[in-house]
Design a protein around this ligand. Sequence first.
Ligand code: IMP
Ligand code: MG
Length: 178
Amino acid sequence: MSVVIKDKTFDVFLSKGQIQHRVLDLGREISSDFNGKDLIVIGVLNGCFIFFADLCRAIDIPMVTTFIKVESYQGTESTEQVKTIFGLSENIEGKKVLIVEDIVDTGISMKELLSQLKSMNPESISVAALLFKPEAFRFNYAVDYVGFEIPNKFVVGYGLDYDGLGRNLPEIYQLRNS
Ligand code: IMP
Ligand code: MG
């Protein structure tokens, strides 16, 4: 199956079923790792919103949920500049933080977020990303929970966008080579 968004064609890459199974596994793993801990789960908007909603419902331990917003992409390219659109109102001092991202690509956005959140003195910070592009990643910090490692190609759907479009697609699609 394929979709056309603006000038580009995308082919289905991960089905609804594949995503759903993997998200349930991640939820189970996170629930057991953070059981009995003071956990705050921070979603990185906009891209995380669908993954975040599904992942949170797959976690069955008490936790606080909140959001932060950053922007780095224009079209299909990273601008390499991270803008924090809004910060946290919650106090994360002494808490176990889990950051939830749709995708870690170059890793620049997450690097910036990690340093901002570290300065707020949480007990620990872990990262969950549905997708991870190892070939594009430029750092060596840990991405603790990865849904799928994927090739270095632009993807849309399940929260991820191309110029604001495609977030509502239930599957994940990959840009077709032209
Ligand atoms: P990074 O800073 O290069 O790791 O990029 C992180 C952000 O860019 C992600 O949170 C996404 O919002 C966006 N992004 C990176 N790769 C893709 C992609 O393939 N499709 C859509 N958005 C992407
Ligand atoms: Mg994002």
